[in-house]
Design a binder for this molecule. Structure first.
Ligand code: ADP
Length: 163
């Protein structure tokens, strides 16, 4: 039984994230998507429980995928879950340096876990949660960027923050 973890802020989940999660679900027996708090990022737009709930709705047709929240070190979470791999998406060269540093650090903290990178789908190379928030705040259509199951709630949530 091979277990992979897909970590991230997911504030909120995008079609780019979903593409990475779907591909991980084909490569591994069990995939745990874990919402984490990134101290380098400003306070999130959505509460962690909401982010978890949005992802759960998007993966309900993927039987080997589960969703969790963890407020701690990824290497430690991987140890608790006996994970074999951490799966991350790489968009452009700009993602590389930070991801490389994180992968080496996680390897040092937990030698039992490998980091595996999958490339972003060509349609989602430019896509990030921040882009979704920016476009949405300015009244733009984000239906190409966000999974349909959660589109309305994400749009309402982002625009409510403006009121
Ligand atoms: P983080 O806080 O680690 O940047 P994110 O929620 O932004 O977390 O992303 C989680 C993971 O999904 C990261 O590995 C990131 O590189 C990847 N990712 C985000 N957007 C995309 C995308 N459009 N295509 C592929 N991978 C993506």
């Amino acid at each position: 039984m091979r277990t992979a973890i897909c970590p991230g802020s997911f504030d909120p989940v995008t079609k780019g994230h979903l593409s990475v999660i779907t591909r991980a679900s084909k490569l591994f027996d069990r995939v745990i998507v874990v919402v984490m708090i990134n101290p380098k990022k400003p306070v999130g737009c959505f509460a962690p429980e909401r982010r978890v709930e949005f992802i759960e709705r998007c993966v309900k047709d993927l039987p080997n995928v589960e969703v969790d929240f963890y407020d701690g070190l990824l290497a430690e979470y991987a140890r608790i879950k006996k994970a074999d791999a951490i799966v991350k998406g790489l968009r452009a060269v700009s993602d590389f340096e930070d991801e490389f540093q994180q992968a080496l650090t996680n390897k040092q903290l937990n030698p039992d876990v490998e980091t595996v990178f999958v490339t972003a789908g060509a349609d989602y190379m430019y896509l990030s949660s921040s882009i979704v928030k920016q476009v949405c705040e300015l009244g733009g259509d984000v239906s190409d960027f966000v999974p349909e199951q959660v589109l309305d709630d994400i749009v309402k949530g982002i625009r409510r923050k403006e009121d």
